[in-house]
Design a protein around this ligand. Sequence first.
Ligand SMILES: NC(=O)c1ccc[n+]([C@@H]2O[C@H](COP(=O)([O-])OP(=O)(O)OC[C@H]3O[C@@H](n4cnc5c(N)ncnc54)[C@H](OP(=O)(O)O)[C@@H]3O)[C@@H](O)[C@H]2O)c1
Length: 170
Amino acid sequence: MLLQGDAIVLAGATGRVGGATLATLVAEGARVLVLSRSAERARRTIADILDDAERAAALPFAADLTDPAQAAAAVDACVERFGRVDALVSLAGEGFGFRPLVDSSVDDLRKNVAAFTEVAYNLAVPALRAMSRSRIARARVRAGGSSSSRPAPRRTRRPGAACSGSRRPA
Ligand SMILES: NC(=O)c1ccc[n+]([C@@H]2O[C@H](COP(=O)([O-])OP(=O)(O)OC[C@H]3O[C@@H](n4cnc5c(N)ncnc54)[C@H](OP(=O)(O)O)[C@@H]3O)[C@@H](O)[C@H]2O)c1
């Protein structure tokens, strides 16, 4: 299994694409925080999509992800339940629906992009912070303790750091 034991935050789990994504993540061995604005919808999605043996791998959680504090609380819940965050899948947002392109306006486009981007941003920031914290904690364990007098672990690329276009591969 590709994702054995990974802890994944899934936003938009109750949507059209989210259900199939949840099924695939769990089938590949991941543990998944299933997000919705409604705890009941998150629970129903888990019950509908996953079989009995798989359900223990999913945790329902209610959050309006346009609110940065609620998004951060969702990431905290993932860390509390699964011990860490390995990945974030962000499929949540209120778009303008499936209006034909010829009937849409640039305002529709702006609202759609803003909605999905804002949710992804609100989750990505706390998720990256949680990933950084666990990398530092793991590095300290490997170094044999948590004393700040020990040499700092050698840093590799930070999680989420973009590859700079100016850096050419060796
Ligand atoms: N459907 C397609 O055929 C298709 C094809 C290609 C790409 N996509 C892309 O895939 C992504 C998801 O599309 P979709 O069709 O699955 O969307 P969808 O069915 O409309 O689902 C939207 C999801 O976003 C959640 N959501 C909306 N506002 C939220 C908020 N403020 N806080 C938390 N959750 C919120 C909804 O959860 P609750 O209502 O339960 O809160 C729901 O799970 C989009 O980026 C879309 O462009 C879709």
